[in-house]
Structure formats: C-alpha cells, structure tokens
Design a protein around this ligand. Structure first.
Ligand code: CP
Length: 310
C-alpha cells in the first residue's frame, strides 16, 4: 500500500506533493463512503483516538470526531476548560495520563505554536495538529485544496488569493505551503499591518488592493480578523477594515470573471464577507466543511496504517 512519508501530521511543511495527493485521493474514496446510507467503515475498530482541544473549535473538533467515528475508531474527547489543566497540570502530564489509557492517536489544538511537534517528540502515539497557535492548521489547508481541486479540476496553474489577517493566521501559512506544493500561484492581500514583513520570501505575491487581487485570482480565501490574538490595534476600526478589505456582492458581481469564494470559518458576517456573498452560489464554504470530514478520515486512515497493531 502507498503510504505517507511522515509519522505524524504536524504541518504541511513536512509533506511532499505525493503525500498531499495521496491524502486528497484517499479522501475521494471516503467522500463516497460518507454519502452512502450507511456512512461507516469498520477499518479502525482496533484504534483509540483522543481529541485534545486546549483552544476553542466548532468545525475542526466536530469534523475530527465524525471522521473518527465514520472509521469506527473509539473516541475520547478532552477540552481544557473543566479539566485539571486549570489546576496547573502540564501538557505532557495531561497527555501521558491519557495515553496510559491506551490511546493510539492524538488530535490536538493548542494556542502555542510548536505544541504538536513538542508532543510528537515525547509520546508514543501518532499526533495530528488541529491548529497550533499562529503556526499551522494542516487539515484545513488539505480540505481547502481538496475543495479547489473538486471545483476547478486541478490546482496546477490556478491563482489563489488569501485575504485578511495573514499575520495571525495558521490557515494562511498552511494554505500557502499546500497550494504551492500542488502548483498553484498564491497572493496575500490585506492591510500592511496584517501582512508579515518578510512573507515575500515564501514566494507569494503581496497586494494591498482588494479589487486588483480579486481580478487576478481564480479563488479568493477570505480570512477572519483574529481579534483574540491581537493585543494592539492593527487598523482603526472593523468598519474601515470592512470598507477596504471586506468582500460584498457589488464587488463580486462587478469582477470581469466568476471567482470561487472560500472561508475557513468561523465567519464574521459583515466584516470580511457579507451574508449575500457567504450564501451565494460562488461560495463553497459549506462544501469545505463537508470535505473536511473526508479529508480528516484520509489523514487518520493513512497515519493509522503506520501504527504497529500486533
Ligand atoms: N476552521 C476552523 O478551524 O474552525 P474552528 O475554529 O471552528 O475549528
């Protein structure tokens, strides 16, 4: 069987183009499974997975749990709120306690960049990064790539603009790396204060003009302003941000071609995107969520194949 070149999914940085294509192709088989009347396969009946969420999540948490259950794995869920983390327990102690209950795989979201790598170096279980601070969110990038491939047939030569709070976004970094590995061109667009100074070194184009960026692209991925990660003001007001970098229906309809609109969620309607754009036929936001389950099934399945199950 073809398999991944990595033992854990920490970031897109570690994946080869072949790894990404293997995940996306495997996800296609699982998408067929989750659209059957019985949306389940018995593949991982002997595997136990712990979902450790030290940061808030709706989509990623539910999507991983569904993916694990569709593969028939046993699932335990942990949220930092209400746990002994509040009593001062360290990350490694928390995880080691969970692992002594014979867990094979850990899916973790954590506020600290590098937390997933830190864990994978210290525990004897597969680790999947479900978002580590402002660093990476690899399964989001994979489901975004899957959705673009499904919509446009290929990523090769396609132009994708990522708009908004690039500075605080793990989705942006993972998307840039994933899209480039699959042959797409990437531009980032936003106010100067929300674009990292040296981002050009990643080989992306930079624009501060939303209309010009949208005219250039085939796909626009609109990001949320991450106010929870901003301890100083990066722009005068949300209203001003929205006037310059928010996508509304007038702008969308006035473009010279039809583009695909994406958003990783959660959406702040009326800030980075208006409701009529979010709910328009050009928006693939709910397809992204649907594809997330199939893509996460693929990641879990491929990493589980590397577990010694004797
Ligand atoms: N896209 C995403 O990561 O959403 P959640 O924060 O709801 O998981």
């Amino acid at each position: 069987m073809d398999n991944l070149s990595v033992e854990h999914l920490i970031g897109i940085k570690d994946l080869t183009r072949r790894d990404i294509e293997l995940i996306l192709d495997t996800a296609t088989s699982f998408k067929e499974v989750i659209n059957r009347p019985i949306k389940k396969v018995p593949t991982l009946r002997d595997i136990t997975i712990a979902n450790l969420f030290f940061e808030n999540s709706t989509r990623t948490k539910l999507s991983f749990e569904l993916a694990e259950k569709r593969l028939s794995a046993d699932v335990v869920n942990f949220s930092a709120s209400g746990s002994s983390v509040k009593k001062g327990e360290t990350l490694v102690d928390t995880v080691n306690n969970i692992l002594s209950m014979k867990v094979d795989m850990v899916v973790m979201r954590h506020a600290s960049p590098g937390a997933a790598k830190f864990l994978s170096d210290r525990i004897n279980a597969k680790v999947i990064n479900a978002g580590d601070g402002t660093h990476e969110h690899p399964t989001q990038a994979l489901l975004d790539a899957y959705t673009i491939r499904e919509k446009l047939g290929t990523l090769e030569g396609k132009k994708v603009v990522i708009v908004g709070d690039i500075l605080h976004s793990r989705v942006a970094l993972s998307n840039i790396l994933c899209l480039q590995k699959l042959g797409a061109e990437v531009m980032v667009c936003g106010p100067t204060t929300l674009i990292p100074k040296h981002i050009g070194k990643l080989g992306v184009l930079v624009s501060h003009n939303l209309r010009a960026a949208l005219e250039w692209c085939d796909v626009a991925n609109m990001l949320r302003i991450q106010l929870e990660r901003q301890d100083v003001k990066f722009f005068p007001s949300l209203r001003e941000y929205s006037m310059l970098f928010g996508l509304d229906k007038n702008m969308l309809d006035s473009l010279s071609k039809e583009i695909v609109v994406m958003h990783p969620g959660p959406i702040n309607r009326g800030v980075e995107i208006t409701s009529d754009v979010a709910d328009s036929k050009q928006s693939v936001i709910l397809q992204q969520v649907e594809n997330g389950v199939a893509v996460r099934m693929a990641v879990i399945y491929l990493l589980a194949a590397k577990i010694d199950r004797q």
